[in-house]
Design a protein around this ligand. Structure first.
Ligand SMILES: [Zn+2]
Length: 305
């Protein structure tokens, strides 16, 4: 397998437009997937309309970032304000693809996995943020994908990918590892890739653990403490990054949720029953764990020594 590893800045420039377009498609998913009517959830063929005047969005008003700036955040037909979320998600999509080559070797499986995960988290963050919803139609395929990503390394555990590095040197990188940092493997000794067992345990425990917590909560408070979407999100994150990382993500997300909720509870603006978009915290919590998981875990253990 050969991949041309151009200088990262050049790859970033080449990939960024694709990221902007993916971000633009992400906006369609964020808007349509939470809709009530299944016919409205069609994200493939139905053209975009202004939600107020129903005018069809013309292609030249649908250019990522630029159109929103040119139209100054308003519908070209009726002047209805267009949410700032649109250019923001497009920009983040562009940044994800542009940034991906700086943290993962372009063309390797781990690069692809990282990009898929980041784009999925981007969409789920905003469906949860705006509608308190994490669509099954995204999360079930992500569970399967997380497991599938571990299959090639069962058959080709030592597989190497040749990339052309700076100064046109040929470099051999392990296909299933992150060549630059130990991020995706939550294993203190050695930077191994996520195995199919860790992935499968991550999937099952990711769903089962919050399910158990919720069961206890239900027995005590007689109401659901967590949404089903949160279980499924943790399940696919477990399938992607292994059960150890999944526990880290759950911990980081809980910490973030507490930090966010405490001021609201103290000031009386939220009560014990106020809904929190836990999916948003899971998305944010994934970043430090995937990138710095082993280092954070080592630091945590050192505290008790
Ligand atoms: Zn309009």
């Amino acid at each position: 397998m050969h991949f041309l590893d151009l200088p990262p800045w050049l790859l970033s420039l080449l990939l960024a437009p694709f990221g902007l377009v993916l971000g633009s498609f992400g906006n369609v998913l964020i808007h349509r997937l939470p809709l009530e009517d299944p016919a409205d959830r069609n994200v493939a063929t139905k053209p975009s309309h202004c939600p107020r005047c129903k005018a069809r969005i013309r292609w030249y008003h649908n250019v990522p970032l630029l159109s929103w700036l040119v139209l100054r955040g308003k519908c070209a037909d009726c002047g209805a304000p267009i949410s700032f979320r649109y250019p923001l998600v497009e920009l983040l999509g562009g940044l994800i693809l542009a940034g991906s080559v700086w943290v993962f070797p372009f063309g390797t499986l781990i690069w692809f996995k990282g990009v898929i995960c980041a784009l999925a988290l981007l969409v789920l963050f905003f469906t949860d943020f705006t509608e308190f919803m994490l669509p099954d139609v995204l999360q079930f395929p992500l569970m399967a994908l997380g497991l599938l990503f571990t299959v090639p390394q069962i058959f080709w555990p030592e597989h190497l990918t040749t990339v052309v590095g700076h100064g046109w040197n040929l470099l051999r990188v392990e296909t299933f590892l992150n060549g630059l940092q130990a991020a995706p493997a939550w294993i203190p000794a050695g930077h191994l890739p996520v195995t199919w067992k860790e992935s499968l345990i991550g999937l099952v425990a990711g769903y089962g653990l919050p399910w158990l917590v919720n069961l206890l909560y239900k027995l005590i408070r007689k109401t659901d403490g967590l949404g089903m979407g949160d279980f499924k999100m943790l399940a696919w994150l477990g399938a992607f990054w292994g059960w150890g990382a999944m526990l880290g993500i759950l911990f980081a997300a809980s910490l973030l949720a507490v930090v966010f909720a405490l001021p609201l509870l103290i000031s009386g603006r939220a009560k014990g029953q106020t809904m929190l978009p836990l999916g948003c915290f899971l998305a944010l919590g994934t970043l430090p764990v995937v990138f710095y998981g082993p280092a954070l875990w080592a630091g945590y253990q050192a505290l008790f020594r």
